[in-house]
Design a protein around this ligand. Structure first.
Ligand SMILES: Cc1cc2nc3c(=O)[nH]c(=O)nc-3n(C[C@H](O)[C@H](O)[C@H](O)COP(=O)(O)OP(=O)(O)OC[C@H]3O[C@@H](n4cnc5c(N)ncnc54)[C@H](O)[C@@H]3O)c2cc1C
Length: 495
């Protein structure tokens, strides 16, 4: 099938084939649209593939969306955009139903009802999962199989979007790494997060914020990039370094695993929201100089509930039934991203963003566990619907669109290892103005933006912990630092 159809344009081009991209493409195709889906990597290179715990949805008889909303607001530390969180909690149950209809085989309890897990910050069991902790791979494999049979979706695997096309203030498509241009009425970025910009991370190496840079170069606003969530329990590798950052899902703590310090004592409520648990671990490590990990003890947890995690640990030489697991926080989830409204529209007409690269504001300063997969599906469906309302591109837009790139060739910069180390040191779990300032000269554009946003936010809130401003400034409740190329950063309040 040719890249261009009809009058030289696709209805939709979707960049990224994790949970968000696959589902958005499918929803649009089900509405009858012709879609091109571009993916730089194979499925196993996506964060979606590695997602363990599952999707949060208020499905239990004793649960309701108000309770899910209250937990999301509490975890987000006064920075959640309530309207976006409301959309998520109201539409997540429908998304789970749709995934099941598409053939995702979620785990069931002995009565045949969906088995619901518990994770930190949730007041109810509401985590839907598949294959124990193999949720992500089960979902993306199934969605990829459905996409492969969908004649309206043309898949470009192993192809990278290098720049967005624009014409007179509107996004008109993408340029791929071989120079091919794909024009579309609407372009959806679903390129994932940016946690691999930090030296210690749970994310695959490609998660370096490519979509954020594409959007920023084209003039779309970014927001909340100072909010990087550090997952409390990522494996600390042995001497050979293999397995460092391997995630041990929070759902295991939901089933009774505990954290212990060097004296073998518990020191935190293991099911508190992630910012709290990660900082408690950091404090333990700081109290004992030279300590690189605390112990996660899952010896009393039934290993049959988490077969993939147990197998991964065994491959690293750790037997979780016999010994404790050395863990410490690692960069995990970017709450910030491309600023969008509740239909996933960015501030640049014609450009949409879904999944971890987007910032609807629903996660605030600290994402509630398992809200992100749900977000991919809820906002993917919304993006598909809204994008199909976009008007056709005029012939002049097809002829005159130009790639929006900072240096003329690609909008995407690859981070050097030194940048990653610096970001970990100065924009990690504990930050100061002095440390953040050293990042302002970093060669990587996103590192500079993260530093600048971190400096703007002179308070400690959620995942952003400023040792030199250690309390919340309530005047900043519900406010977001936004950035547009060539302009000063601006504080916004979103409805
Ligand atoms: C180990 C781990 C466990 C997790 N567990 C959970 C969990 O249990 N529950 C939960 O809700 N969340 C979890 N998360 C977070 C969640 O998995 C992610 O937020 C979510 O999957 C992101 O999906 P996405 O589709 O936005 O991005 P991704 O799944 O990362 O997909 C990004 C896609 O974009 C492509 N891409 C990137 N740049 C380009 C480019 N320039 N051109 C073309 N393609 C490009 C990539 O190749 C890839 O296909 C976990 C994350 C990790 C890393």
């Amino acid at each position: 099938m040719p890249a261009q159809s009809g009058r030289g344009q696709r209805q939709l081009v979707v960049v990224g084939a994790g949970a968000a991209g696959l589902y958005t493409a499918l929803c649009a195709a089900r509405e009858g649209a012709e879609v091109t889906l571009v993916s730089a990597t194979e499925l196993a290179e996506t964060s979606s593939f590695w997602a363990q715990g599952g999707l949060a949805a208020a499905l239990a008889p004793e649960d309701d969306i108000e309770s899910h909303l209250a937990d999301t607001l509490a975890a987000g530390r006064g920075a959640v955009r309530e309207s976006a969180a409301r959309v998520l909690v109201a539409e997540a149950p429908r998304a789970v139903e749709d995934l099941a209809r598409l053939g995702v085989d979620f785990d069931a309890d002995s009565d045949g009802r969906l088995a619901l897990g518990l994770e930190g910050g949730h007041s109810q069991r509401r985590i839907v999962h598949a294959g124990g902790a193999a949720t992500g791979r089960r979902i993306v494999r199934r969605l990829a199989a459905v996409v492969a049979t969908e004649g309206r979706i043309e898949v470009r695997e192993g192809r990278r979007a290098e720049a967005l096309l624009t014409h007179e203030g509107r996004c008109t498509g993408v340029v791929l790494d071989d120079g091919e241009r794909i024009h579309a009425r609407a372009t959806v970025l679903s390129t994932g997060g940016a946690a691999a910009l930090w030296a210690r991370t749970t994310n695959p190496s490609g998660a370096v914020g490519a979509g954020l840079m594409l959007a920023y170069a084209a003039g779309a606003a970014l927001a909340d990039v100072e909010f990087m969530q550090f997952h409390p329990t990522a494996v600390v590798a042995g001497i050979d370094g293999s397995g460092d950052g391997l995630l041990v899902t929070e759902a295991i703590r939901g089933e009774g695993a505990v954290l212990r310090n060097a004296d073998g004592e518990r020191f935190v409520d293991e099911l508190a929201p992630r910012d709290e648990v990660a900082r408690a671990i950091y404090a333990e490590m700081m109290r004992r100089p030279g300590t690189t990990a605390v112990a996660l003890d899952m010896r009393r947890v039934n290993p049959a509930l988490f077969p993939s995690v147990v197998a991964s640990l065994r491959r690293l030489g750790i037997d979780p039934e016999a010994s404790v697991i050395p863990v410490a926080p690692a960069a995990h989830y970017m709450m910030g991203g491309i600023e969008t409204d509740l239909q996933a529209r960015s501030t640049l007409p014609g450009l949409y963003a879904v999944g971890e690269c987007s910032c609807t504001g629903l996660h605030g300063a600290n994402r509630l566990a398992s809200n992100s997969l749900s977000e991919c599906f809820v906002f993917g469906a919304r993006a598909a619907r809204a994008a199909l309302e976009e008007p056709e591109l005029a012939p002049v837009a097809l002829e005159s669109s130009r790639p929006a790139a900072q240096s003329g060739s690609s909008a995407i910069a690859v981070p050097a290892q030194e940048s990653r180390e610096r970001l970990w040191r100065h924009a990690g779990l504990a930050r100061t103005a002095e440390g953040l300032r050293t990042l302002l000269e970093d060669p990587h554009p996103l590192v500079r933006l993260i530093a600048s946003a971190g400096l703007e936010r002179k308070e400690s809130r959620g995942a952003h912990w400023r040792e030199d401003c250690p309390v919340i400034d309530t005047a900043l409740d519900g406010r977001h630092v936004t950035h547009v190329t060539g302009q000063e950063s601006v504080w916004e309040h979103w409805k």
